[in-house]
Design a protein. Structure first.
Length: 262
């Protein structure tokens, strides 16, 4: 029987690539979406047309009830999950001196509480086989957790807490569930970015080239399959986390590249 994986925020961008990567490797994929249901259904249809296994599941990750119902539905249809990829996130601009408490709570709920709660629910549904290390949880983080700047304050706080949770969960859920993180660099247009700004920003890393999101998706699959890895976070960012910046990369791209070519 094929192993099963749930990918949150699986309908678009990196989430869709992760779904496709696991499906190509023979996994049964659960593609979660909240609003992008049509896109999730189209992705699953594409996967199945190529001979893979994929289903959609809809839930508001900010709702505890929705999270519980989603995990119960998956367990009833295909049994306990073998892997959970917490990819979905809320990415909204704010600052330490000027943020909305309501909006901060929303980002914390989606980016931190939901991944931890889904992990908890997964751990409460043990599989028939108790092979140690065969099940895994992968948190999709951000290179910002290794390379701080104060922009996108609430988002960064939530990802920092989730990154610290990798080791804590690895200790708590051992020996039956492994927990790892992947910290990508800039891969897609985000926030108020223009294409021109992205083209510049995507080169601000040690390799001076854009990060391939397919490699990030492949790393998620690698972490799910490599059962010697536990409690670690892998940066997949062309070395972006080793280029300290005073602000988010999109705000300093032009100046950094001018200095680099001076």
């Amino acid at each position: 029987m094929a192993k099963s994986v749930l990918v949150t925020g699986g309908a678009r961008r990196l989430g869709a690539l992760i779904c496709q990567q696991f499906a190509k490797d023979g996994w049964q994929v659960w593609c979660h979406a909240q609003r992008s249901v049509a896109e999730a259904q189209a992705l699953c249809a594409h996967i199945m047309a190529a001979g893979g296994q994929a289903r959609t599941v809809q839930a508001d990750l900010a709702s505890e009830t929705d999270r519980q119902q989603m995990m119960a539905h998956i367990a009833a249809v295909s049994g306990p999950l073998d892997c959970l990829v917490n990819n979905a996130s809320s990415f909204e601009p704010d600052a330490a001196q000027d943020f909305s408490v309501h909006d901060m709570r929303q980002q914390l709920e989606v980016n931190l509480v939901a991944p931890l709660d889904l992990s908890r629910l997964m751990a409460q549904s043990p599989p028939d086989s108790n092979t140690t290390g065969s099940r895994s949880i992968i948190h999709v983080l951000d290179q910002k957790v290794l390379n701080l700047n104060p922009d996108y304050f609430s988002y960064t706080v939530s990802k920092l807490a989730l990154e610290r949770s990798v080791a804590l969960q690895a200790q708590a859920l051992a020996p039956h569930i492994r927990v790892c993180g992947v910290a990508p660099g800039l891969m897609f247009l985000s926030g108020p970015q223009t294409q021109a700004n992205f083209d510049q920003s995507s080169q601000i890393n040690l390799l001076r080239r854009a990060i391939d999101p397919h490699q990030v998706a492949a790393t998620c699959l690698f972490l799910a399959k490599q059962d010697a890895l536990n409690g670690v976070t892998l940066p997949v960012d062309n070395g972006q986390h080793l280029v300290p910046l005073s602000r988010d990369v999109m705000f300093v791209a032009s100046n950094e590249l001018k200095e680099d070519h001076a």
